[in-house]
Design a protein around this ligand. Structure first.
Ligand code: ZN
Length: 344
């Protein structure tokens, strides 16, 4: 019997704020406020999505916006983060970097600054209660004006320490990476990691643009780097991590089946990987499942799964003491005897 994956310490570096909400919480908050949810978020959950064309992506975003609309009061933000932190701990996640675009909530919670402060406070409390390290990544929206991204980057740097990274999300096919170069320069100068999405809906070139134009320290997804040997070599040489989200790739039609996610290819090429759940609320699975898929579908041994966990920790912004502790935990996990089979 293999070692239990929930006991393997890991860092979770690709999870979105609204997308981390428990499905049961979405249902409850909608009901309490008399909000109607589409079938895809209720009886037909998780939704079947296909975001490889613009229509499909629009539908995905639309469901995301509906989910966001149930979060109307500060206590909802506290609840969401408290539950997410609990779920992370249950999956063996000991360090979480959660991504949020405060502009999506600014009108509700008193402006950009107030929204970010609310989220940081909720994150701090959730972390303490659950016993997990929890940092925030502020993400700009690719389909908005680049000037908005500059504003967000400046705001994010004011909270450097609690905010650890600056991201860029939404439809990769709209808004070239280089349009956001200035925002990323502001963020990096302010001490934040550059963690834009790329190489999910678009191919390897999009990953290269994140690296070359935005100085990406990690790439959100980056899964399609696997289509380019030379690019993989570059990512490996420079130890630029790809935040690979297998269930999300299948959920959005980026990969046809679980086995089509090129996890093994990227791993064997030496590209650092941090497995992520992206949006459990829309894809139906959390972090633990991503590690299970590595084992069950991609044939990763315990030693290899442990290496995935190490890579997630090394690619994180966790402070040195936390990092050491987690890496030691990974070694201990691997040194522990495999679980006895039920017959013994
Ligand atoms: Zn994402």
């Amino acid at each position: 019997m293999p070692r239990p994956l929930h006991a393997l310490p890991k860092a979770h570096l690709h999870l979105h704020f609204t997308g981390s909400m428990r499905h049961s919480t979405l249902i409850e908050l909608a009901r309490d406020q008399g909000l109607h949810l589409p079938d895809a978020l209720e009886q037909d959950w998780p939704p079947k999505l296909r975001a490889t064309d613009e229509r499909g992506w629009f539908r995905f975003q639309r469901l995301y916006d509906i989910a966001r609309s149930v979060l109307t009061r500060p206590e909802h933000v506290y609840r969401l983060l408290a539950e997410t932190a609990e779920d992370e701990v249950a999956a063996g996640s000991r360090w979480l970097e959660i991504q949020v675009d405060p502009s999506g909530y600014a009108t509700r919670f008193g402006g950009l600054t107030a929204t970010l402060e609310l989220m940081l406070d909720a994150a701090g409390r959730a972390a303490e209660r659950a016993g997990i390290g929890l940092a925030v990544i502020v993400a700009a929206n690719r389909i908005r004006h680049p000037l908005d991204a500059n504003t967000l980057a400046r705001l994010a740097t004011q909270y450097a320490g609690k905010v650890v990274g600056f991201g860029l999300s939404n439809d990769e096919r709209r808004g070239a990476a280089r349009d956001f170069e200035r925002a990323f320069r502001i963020a990096k100068r302010g001490g934040l990691l550059a963690v834009p999405h790329g190489g999910e809906l678009m191919g390897p070139r999009s990953v290269a643009q994140c690296v070359d134009d935005l100085g990406a320290d990690r790439v959100g997804h980056g899964v399609r780097a696997a289509e380019d040997q030379w690019l993989m070599q570059r990512l490996a040489d420079r130890q630029i991590c790809c935040e690979i989200c297998p269930s999300s790739n299948v959920g959005l039609g980026v990969a046809e089946r679980d086995a089509d996610v090129p996890l093994r290819r990227l791993f064997d090429a030496g590209v650092p990987i941090a497995l992520g759940a992206d949006d459990p609320l829309l894809f139906g699975t959390r972090l633990l499942r991503q590690y299970e898929l590595a084992r069950e579908v991609h044939g990763f041994s315990d030693a290899e799964v442990a290496e995935l966990a190490r890579q997630s920790v090394r690619s994180s912004t966790a402070p040195e003491t936390v990092r050491k502790e987690l890496l030691q935990g990974v070694d201990d996990w691997l040194a522990s005897p495999p679980a006895p089979s039920p017959a013994e």
